[in-house]
Design a protein around this ligand. Structure first.
Ligand SMILES: [Zn+2]
Length: 304
């Protein structure tokens, strides 16, 4: 693990989930996200110790386990205070809610209660409200960016024109690998991507893409990916289908072979996000037939 300087007093740590470091006072720093588990937390602490930097604050961009899994270790070993956006904060404190919502709000199967989908619980010291535009620390003042869509209330952090944009943008490799990346709200994801496209920060640090000063091509690829999946789902509903049938057809179309239970639920949720998006625009309809809930396109639309 290493610190890479972006600009004076701002670094990122390249990692499976890229992490951010911002100097607040001479010896204390703010960490953006904590990685997937205590192991990552330990490595972060060791790195900061080597650099004589004291971890005083942690900001979580959202509640997914790979972004807050190191919280507990770091909170216990450094006493750092944790900041997280409202809603996300509830899941960070009650991580059972992640497998719980993935399992449609029923008590989740044990197969979903693993470190990839359920971080260790940590307590959030300060909730970042949706109306908050900035976070004032001892010396540094950070701008909060609202970036919902991948998670319900995801935020980004901007400081000195460096934008830590969490999981709002995925690399082309991630898009090519997953085909249907995890988004829970398509409308908001598109708004977030278009917002980022309109910004002109000097440097962007997405959690799952190479940090770069030029990000517009990657943003365009993300928009294209969302549109491709949306069109595919729309086109495939010329025949009424259940959610399960649709999921199978989308997976088959992309050559995805689901082999793990996690994978299935991480595909089902975005599929439902697209269905919700299409339904709420009245582009598709719902029919209950023989006790099956079927999604379908308007018959007039199909004839055209
Ligand atoms: Zn995430």
């Amino acid at each position: 693990m290493e610190l890479r300087e972006i600009t004076e007093n701002v670094w990122y740590i390249p990692n499976v989930v890229n992490l951010g470091i911002i100097r607040d006072t001479d010896a204390s720093v703010i960490l953006i996200d904590t990685g997937i588990d205590s192991g990552v937390g330990k490595k972060i602490k060791k790195l900061l110790d080597q650099e004589n930097l004291h971890l005083k604050y942690i900001i979580n961009t959202h509640s997914h386990a790979d972004h807050c899994g190191g919280n507990k270790y770091l909170q216990e070993s450094t006493g750092a205070q944790i900041f997280a956006p409202e809603v996300e904060e509830a899941i960070i404190q009650h991580p059972y809610m992640e497998p719980w919502y993935l399992f449609s709000g029923a008590a989740p199967i044990k197969d979903l209660q693993n470190k990839f989908l359920m971080a260790k619980s940590s307590s959030v010291d300060q909730v970042i409200k949706n109306k908050d535009k900035t976070l004032q620390f001892e010396e540094a003042e950070l701008n909060i960016l609202s970036l919902p869509g991948h998670a319900l209330n995801q935020i980004g952090i901007e400081y000195k024109s460096v934008c830590f944009c969490a999981d709002s943008i995925f690399s082309e490799e991630v898009l090519a690998k997953h085909k249907v990346p995890f988004f829970i709200d398509i409308e908001k994801s598109l708004e977030t991507l278009n917002y980022l496209l309109s910004t002109n920060f000097s440097f962007y640090v997405p959690a799952h893409a190479t940090p770069s000063s030029k990000i517009s091509n990657v943003i365009q690829e993300n928009i294209k990916c969302l549109k491709t999946v949306e069109n595919l789902i729309y086109e495939t509903l010329t025949k009424p289908k259940t959610t399960e049938q649709l999921l199978r057809d989308v997976a088959n179309h992309f050559g995805i072979l689901l082999t793990r239970v996690n994978q299935y639920f991480l595909l089902k949720t975005p599929i439902q996000a697209y269905l919700s998006y299409l339904r709420n625009q009245n582009k598709i309809d719902i029919n209950l037939s023989s006790n099956e809930l079927l999604w379908y396109r308007d018959a007039k639309e199909i004839k055209n």
